[in-house]
Design a protein around this ligand. Sequence first.
Ligand code: BGC
Length: 739
Amino acid sequence: MNKLCSLTLAAALLCAACHSSEKTSTGIGTRVDSVLALMTLDEKIGQLTLFTSDIDVTGPTMRENYKEDIKAGRVGAIFNAYGAAYTRKLQEIAVKETRLHIPLLFGYDVVHGHRTIFPMPLGEAASWDLAAIEKSARIAADEASAEGLHWTFAPMCDIARDPRWGRITEGAGEDVYLGSKIAAARVKGIQGDGVGSLNSVMACVKHFAAYGAAQAGRDYHTTDMSDRVLRETYLPPYKAALDAGAATVMTSFNELDGVPATGNKYLMTDILRKEWNFTGFVVTDYTSIMEMIPHGIAEDTASAAALALEAGVDMDMQAGFYNDALAGLVKAGKLKESLIDGAVRRILRKKFELGLFDDPYRYSSEQREKETLMSAANLEAARDVARKSIVLLKNDKQLLPLKKDIRKLAVIGPLAHARKEMIGSWCAAGDWTKASTLLEGVKQAVSPGTQVLYAKGCAIDNDSTQSIAQAVRTAQQADVVILAVGEGAWMTGEAASRASLNLPGVQQQLVEAIYKTGKPVVAVLLNGRPLTIPWMDAQIPAILEAWFPGTVGGQAIADVLFGDYSPSGKLPVTFPRAVGQIPLYYSMKHTGRPMDPNNKYTSKYLDERNDPLYPFGYGLSYTTFSYGPVQVDKQEMTQQDELTVTCTVTNTGARAGKETVQLYLHDITGSVTRPVRELKGFQQIVLEPGASQNVTFKLTVHDLSFYRRDMSFGTEPGKFEVFVGTNARDAQGTTFALR
Ligand code: BGC
């Protein structure tokens, strides 16, 4: 290119840049168009391409020459690169060495914290504390943006009802209502004051859609469901995240109704853009355009690329198929360039909104890195969320909380001092060497005179029983045993499906051997999904579900064990008794032959109960709560009314405590069958011993609406039951009618 031409280009871009502070949509639109007008077809396609750097590995392929790709304008966005210095270095290549100087976008999976790691998302969901969840996402975004990141691949909004699926740990669990509230809270936290504010990053709603319904819980597997189930159960959390302003969407690996999500026009165009008016951009999941070939829906690179673009996918993550095929398709007259232009516009718009044309380096700040990364305040917030996420599953004879001055305490188990596991999977730039273990948390919490013994007992997942005897001897010396068992972080997350949900390896043998010592045993579970632990539930007097609790997880668990915090977590997912019960979730249907133990011809198993080990919404406290009768302010409600539902909750124990009061609804008869219970509201209250509070919920016709027989969304007159209680099983009800 001659000098004059390149000067003209630079001037045009400068002009685009200097106006970009005018954040009006039309203002940005004009600027986007002025850049687009300068671009060659290849440069446009470069903007539609996202490649990984080699700083982190989150998928099966690498891109060795990504710096060359940047220089050549073959890539408009980079993921898995972070750090103020490194992102600046890469940005310099794009801004100084490419013809059009268009800045790069940097994305990363900041899923539950960036450097300060919070509990796994499923654990956070167990807090049911939307403000705490939003704060966790806010801190993650603050840290990530300081390191030059503009974009996180979160929140994961996939409803998951199959704990065999390892990715159940990345979401908010099984429920539509809770999942939607949490999805929105996470987006608000991630995007803070909005795209373009310095300590925010763009959210990416993933994985669109219905990835959590992979058959048999096997990752990447086929998903197939009715449109009714899709719309009623799986879509609402994604929609809630978009309504909260999420800037981008990621496709999912699964097929839906025979079409992989990445080539699925019904999802990406009809629902996302036309029904929901989504105006941001859509990125594929890792190499998922390429995967449409083994799926069996595209023959080659070109047909896969065309299928994705025509379905509504703007950016190709890591497959390089847009790079390889789109130009040829346009030149051969097989693809309209206007489709490419539309995608480029949506991506450039975000770069403008982020302020990157004003200052491409504005997020890469060593100063902010120093101030924010793992700051004392961030660590304290992580400890707070971790405490709130812990669920007390059992506490016979009030074994918990433990006294801090116990003479001798044994901390036993493969998860007791397992630093790496504390931060779980998808831990972004989290440094596991800085995490505290349960053993350390306990040692810090107990009184100086307490002796803390430790034995590992066995590995997380191998067959050796060699160390069990030593652990038994250690237990025998102690007054109380804290037994930490569960999963390895690598056993959850992506590509981590399990066919058994028992404790892995020989951990069950360890648990039984320690139990036989006759010592009081408190089991602490560290894991990313519901496990099948009926034996433990029957024999071990106290059980805490601590998930993967994050950087300060050790202290947080100790806070609960020794009563500095009374547990308040509630399960966001059902715990089955046996894998054979799966899928098992609270909002099931009655069937025509509801379970009757005395009647063979009813819906049940020969060899297992129907009900779960712990129901959705379940979690105990160190105090107890009683629920008075549920009252409604009218027996009949009209389409214009609101129904007020009230229940008095009393703290009947000896300590202050927090309770999550849950409201469930059941539409008794409809033009289509309705779930036996559906969560429609919850409130967290803190009560002193002996104190009572009237808890009031307002139900609107929206809460009573559903997809009717003809798939229109609305209500039907008839009778309803409304329940208020402490979990999805233990809730009292009353009835009312809708006219
Ligand atoms: C995962 C996504 C993730 C992406 C980028 C994929 O394998 O499914 O959730 O955002 O990798 O790391």
